[in-house]
Design a protein around this ligand. Structure first.
Ligand code: GLU
Length: 458
């Protein structure tokens, strides 16, 4: 089996493209086949080297590799010309100056159902000659058979008058030359398939491609957002680069994307990449649109975060912080402990800093939190807390916990009425990892300093 992923570098790698790349990769690995990466960069105005770099970067981040390529379509124009000439020489294609108007006039004469056939001329665009008889049948491995009667198909244009070939022609020749056996791509390409098959049949008949066979096709279901509409920017992160910045882990993204249209239909299934490779089969890909729901991805990402060895999560957070504007925190020796006490509470790498950043780089400023928890009663409690913590024998979680609980009991307060003023005092806000662990992490000196500042201010 030989499959390919063939992105057009006209923008970043989006979730739909990443799902296509992943399905091709899973299939290649499951079948012990090969994956070819082809960059379809023939649209010179919209393609750019930055987009190519970004796509490759996103594939690497997702930890998908390929066995051949990248092959740049733009570098194959010599071969495309040669193939075009072979079709012209063998009579499978002809020059034609027919315009859209001419095609309409033809249909007025022969009936709207009749596919357009042009008269060969000496110059102009090049059209493929569709056989008079029979039909082109697309055997889609997911959608079943669709039959296109040749009688109804127009002779498609495959090259412009200036000689440059059209998209469907280039793709077909590239697939043929790369000996692709299975074309797995988004449903939006379904309507291109009969044209590509016609080009392939003509190319094979003209002796291009040796004894190769046209590939089999599989069109992946569309992606919708949770509201059932076509996936777009308004559903949240749209590109892989954005998912990465939002702190998702590549293994969680792989797991989630694999379930978009494949498997049991249960998008909360946790499957390691090894299991995905072992189980992946095209037969279980659905025809129905799949739903991308960032809420579910976030949930799944949380599962992966909690399952990580803490030191590995610490290393990942260090590199995430370094790349997201907190290089000093990345080098802080207390980071590892801060990660450990946050691991149960975060769903993404990006959620770490708002939760625990105050422990590492100083108080946040949240006037509402101060107003709510550091009024008269809160400050009285906090003064007690200060005294207890100053006198506590040890300063680990247990000692801190025991000291705080004793205050709650003595004053007849609910635990939150003791913890929240303290939390606001040490973090500036009402969010932090567990309060005992947070206080222990800060240490006695820094905790007392922050409490004093809170008691002094106001
Ligand atoms: N270059 C096309 C795209 O990015 C894919 C073509 C194909 O897979 O046949 O949508």
């Amino acid at each position: 089996m030989r499959v390919r992923f063939a992105p057009s570098p006209t923008g970043a790698l989006h979730i739909g493209g990443a799902r296509t790349a992943l399905f091709n990769w899973l299939l290649a690995r499951h079948e012990r086949g090969e994956l070819v990466l082809r960059i379809e960069d023939t649209d010179r105005d919209r393609s750019s080297p930055e987009n190519v770099a970004q796509i490759i970067d996103s594939l690497r981040w997702l930890e998908l590799d390929w066995d051949e390529g990248p092959i740049f379509q733009s570098e194959r124009s010599g071969r495309h010309q040669e193939a075009l000439q072979a079709l012209l020489d063998s009579g499978h294609a002809y020059h034609s100056n027919a315009t859209a108007e001419d095609v309409k006039a033809y249909k007025r004469r022969h009936g709207a159902e009749r596919g357009f056939r042009g008269e060969p001329e000496t110059g102009g665009a090049v059209r493929l000659r569709v056989p008079e008889e029979g039909a082109t049948v697309v055997h889609d491995l997911i959608r079943g058979e669709t039959r296109f009667e040749h009688l109804h198909l127009d002779d498609p244009v495959i090259a412009r008058a200036d000689g440059s070939v059209l998209y469907n022609f280039a793709v077909s020749i590239d697939d043929l030359d790369a000996r692709i056996t299975h074309v797995v791509r988004g449903e939006d390409h379904l309507s291109n398939t009969p044209k590509q098959l016609l080009v392939l049949e003509a190319a094979l008949a003209a002796g291009l491609g040796g004894r190769a066979q046209p590939p089999l096709y599989a069109h992946l279901p569309l992606l919708h957002g949770p509201d059932g509409r076509k996936l777009s920017k308004r559903h949240g992160a749209a590109s892989l680069a954005e998912l990465r910045e939002a702190g998702y882990l590549p293994e969680a993204v792989r797991n989630y994307l694999a379930l978009l249209g494949w498997g049991s239909g249960d998008d909360s299934t946790v499957l390691s990449t090894e299991e995905l490779v072992a189980r992946f089969e095209l037969e279980q890909v659905s025809r129905n649109p799949a739903r991308f729901d960032e809420v579910k991805l976030r949930w799944l990402n949380g599962v992966y975060i909690r399952a990580q060895p803490a030191d590995q999560l610490g290393a990942r957070l260090a590199s995430f912080l370094r790349n997201s504007g907190h290089p000093e925190a990345a080098g802080d020796e207390r980071l590892q402990r801060a990660v450990e006490i946050s691991q149960e509470k975060i769903h993404t790498l990006a959620e770490f800093w708002p939760l625990a950043g105050a422990l590492l780089d100083g108080l946040r400023d949240d006037p509402k939190a101060r107003e709510r928890w550091l009024g008269e009663a809160g400050r009285a409690t906090l003064a007690d807390v200060r005294q207890a913590l100053a006198g506590a024998e040890g300063f680990d979680e247990e000692s801190v916990g025991a000291a705080l609980q004793a205050i709650a009991e003595r004053r007849g307060l609910k635990p939150g009425e003791v913890y929240q003023p303290l939390r606001v005092a040490i973090s500036g806000t009402t969010v932090s990892p567990g309060i005992f662990e947070s206080v222990a992490l800060l240490g006695r000196e820094e905790t007392l300093r922050r409490i004093d500042a809170a008691l002094g201010a106001g």
